[in-house]
Design a protein around this ligand. Structure first.
Ligand code: ATP
Ligand code: MG
Length: 651
């Protein structure tokens, strides 16, 4: 937030409230009193849950060790193995339960039971050992969404190696940076990945990376697309040559609770990615507990988290949380618009998916494509929906509610980060009535607050910086190789509190409304205005599917609001709509927030995880040389928007 300003404006009021149905509430995993119970003794709450839910090799005697804060330790003398918790312990009374219904983009499918997954993980764990991978070594995984991806992660967990999954859409440069930073010894990749009907040449990028990274001793290659690839003698091994003959039996290493489990680089919305380090027990507890309560998962559910495993959402809510909870999940390889715009809805209908978790960016794309695609399919198996990744505009929430949820099912808007490991602010369906656009309340045991510049709590009704006032088990432990950056980034802005970098306001009921990144906050005529509220006002116009706003320098007002807008299916952007939209914002949230300029565009610059990247729009709005575009999914759009902006009219 710019200096001299204490708080963030609260402009948008959203009064719709959706209480859960009585049937849902009666059967919900979370029952009234859970927040209060945890509040009485938050460390006791985590301890009870950890002893209850985790299968320990050695039970911990300590809960939280804060002697070296902010390098917190949880359950520090406990021993366990995450692959054991995700697989072995389910074999006795549930080996035949399906772990993943896998759906390939071209239409092929595979079904993996817990027994299948356990066996494949054992074999791959032994294969890794045969390549010299030992406890503590780093393994880079660069794959599309195929079953070998969770298999490779769990094989690492089984032998105590540290995995670093690199999203399959990243370039070889990004792969090099990540392999180098972690000094990975083995790289697991494939001959390619299916995406939008084409093959992503993973092996080419992997070769380039392996050639440039001296730490890599071996590359294991899964055959997926049958694309011809070069195999380097001595270094490269086909998965199908290496793995099938390995013994299934591979002892699960007894890991210390605080041994590292994985490194995952943040998605890079703000700049240089950070290697976030997660450890074993606290992370497992956080993911399985939130998965149980937030998604209300029951033994018969068919659960589908549509994220890519290359992001933390996939790590926590496709792999570790759901498997530890013995859940049946769907794993889909490809794009949502392949072969047609209804692919996801056809999968939901076919598998009888009951719980579906996706991102606002996807929901806005569905809105843009049109209502007819979900309408083609029977979605009545759904009983819970979730969203994560960005603030969800209330109108996008309503669209999701009506067109996917049939107006019946609860939506959980879950706020968390790569750094937090697990969901932090969220409705518990069944006990927390939801409001479109609000992540509602902190998860039991979590203490969140909204503070001003000086770190003083802002009273209900006001906005400011979100902070977390207590450590929590699934928290990051550091940034890999850079303890100082860990302390600087997260623990220095407000002494004693964790600072996630997001703006937030609370309403009179104490509900939390996330307002986007504090770096993006605009200062207009002395008012701090969040990007989220102006964007949500724009999206509440029926012609608009998606909007991004930035503050650009202005002699008169300090900053002026520059808006970039993508329209829904049938609407066309012209001068009339432009002035209509400006008036619409003024009416919805006040004249102060009226955009000075609006550019219509077919798409917005997004990270590869689909998040809007505002800093580049700011460069365009201020006519500057463009900043780093390497983490963009759609780099071409930036030039196009720049051209359109140059011809757009200003106020
Ligand atoms: P980087 O930290 O490298 O800039 P990133 O922040 O995009 O990348 P993630 O850890 O994937 O990487 O994203 C976490 C961020 O996403 C949060 O800090 C917040 O800004 C946003 N976010 C996630 N879920 C929600 C939500 N439900 N509501 C509002 N914002 C959310
Ligand atoms: Mg971040």
């Amino acid at each position: 937030m710019p200096d001299g300003q204490r708080a963030l404006e609260n402009l948008l009021t959203e009064n719709r409230v959706f209480p859960p149905s009585e049937e849902f509430a009666a059967a919900a995993n979370a029952q009234p009193g859970i927040h209060e119970e945890a509040e009485k003794d938050w460390q006791g709450f985590w301890r009870r849950e950890a002893l209850d839910r985790i299968t320990w090799f050695t039970e911990p005697t300590v809960t939280l060790d804060d002697s070296d804060a902010p390098f917190f330790k949880w359950f520090a003398d406990g021993e366990l193995n995450l692959a054991y918790n995700c697989l072995d312990r389910h074999l006795e009374d549930g080996a035949d339960k399906v772990a993943y219904h896998w759906v390939g983009e071209p239409g092929d499918t595979r079904t993996l039971t817990y027994a299948d997954l356990h066996a494949e993980v054992g074999r791959f764990a032994n294969a890794l050992k045969s390549l010299g991978v030992a406890r503590g070594d780093r393994v880079a995984i660069y794959l599309g969404m195929i079953p070998e991806l969770p298999v490779a992660m769990l094989a690492c967990a089984r032998i105590g190696a540290v995995h670093s999954v690199v999203f399959g859409g990243f370039s070889s440069d990004s792969l090099v940076d990540r392999i180098d930073d972690a000094q990975a010894k083995v790289l697991v990749t494939a001959d390619g990945a299916w995406r939008r009907g084409a093959v992503v040449p993973l092996k080419e990028a992997a070769d380039d990376a392996a050639n440039r990274c001296p730490s890599i001793e071996h590359v294991v290659v899964v055959r997926r697309t049958e694309k011809d690839v070069k195999m380097e003698e001595g270094r490269d091994l086909w998965y199908h040559d290496l793995v099938p003959d390995q013994p299934v039996d591979c002892p699960a290493e007894a890991m210390n609770a605080e041994d590292p489990l994985y490194i995952l680089y943040t998605s890079g919305t703000t700049g240089r990615p950070k290697g976030i380090v997660h450890t074993q027990a606290g992370y497992l507890l956080g993911t399985m507990l939130t998965h149980h309560y937030v998604f209300d998962v029951k033994p018969d559910d068919v659960y589908w988290c549509g994220a890519d495993i290359g992001w933390v959402t996939g790590h926590s809510y496709i792999v570790y949380g759901p498997l530890a909870n013995h859940t049946t999940g769907v794993l889909y390889e490809g794009a949502p618009n392949q072969p047609d715009l209804d692919r996801l809805w056809s999968i939901i209908a076919e598998y009888g998916v009951t719980i579906f978790y996706t991102a606002p960016t996807a929901i806005r794309a569905f809105m843009k494509w049109g209502d007819e695609y979900p309408a083609r399919h029977d979605l009545t198996s759904l009983r819970l929906l979730g969203t994560v990744g960005e603030p969800i505009n209330p109108e996008a929430w309503m669209w999701y509610h009506e067109h996917i949820g049939g107006g019946r099912v609860p939506i959980v808007d879950t706020w968390w980060q790569t750094e937090t490991g697990a969901i932090m602010i969220t409705p518990l369906p069944g006990i927390v009535p939801t409001k479109p656009g609000s992540a509602t309340l902190p998860f039991p045991g979590i203490e969140a607050d909204v503070v001003d510049e000086e770190g003083n709590s802002v009273p209900l009704g006001g906005g400011g910086f979100l902070v977390l006032r207590r450590p929590w088990p699934a928290m990051l432990r550091t940034i890999y190789g850079d303890d100082e950056r860990y302390v600087d980034t997260y623990w220095s802005r407000f002494p004693g509190a964790y600072f996630p970098g997001d703006g937030c306001k609370r309403d009179d009921d104490g509900y939390f409304w996330l307002l986007g990144r504090v770096d993006d906050i605009m200062l207009v005529s002395g008012h701090n205005i969040s990007t989220t509220e102006v964007e949500s006002a724009l999206v509440s116009h029926p012609a608009v599917a998606e909007a991004a706003v930035v503050g650009r320098k202005d002699d008169l007002t300090g900053q002026a609001i520059a808006a970039f807008v993508t329209l829904r299916g049938s609407a066309t952007g012209n001068e009339d709509l432009l002035s209509e939209l400006r008036d619409h914002v003024a009416k919805a949230i006040g004249p102060i927030a009226k955009p000075a300029s609006i550019v219509f565009t077919d798409d917005l610059p997004k990270t590869r995880s689909g998040k809007i990247m505002r800093r580049l729009l700011k460069d365009i709005a201020e006519d500057r040389q463009l900043g780093d575009v390497t983490t963009l999914a759609n780099a071409d759009i930036v030039d196009e928007i720049a051209k359109q902006a140059a011809t757009a009219t200003d106020d």
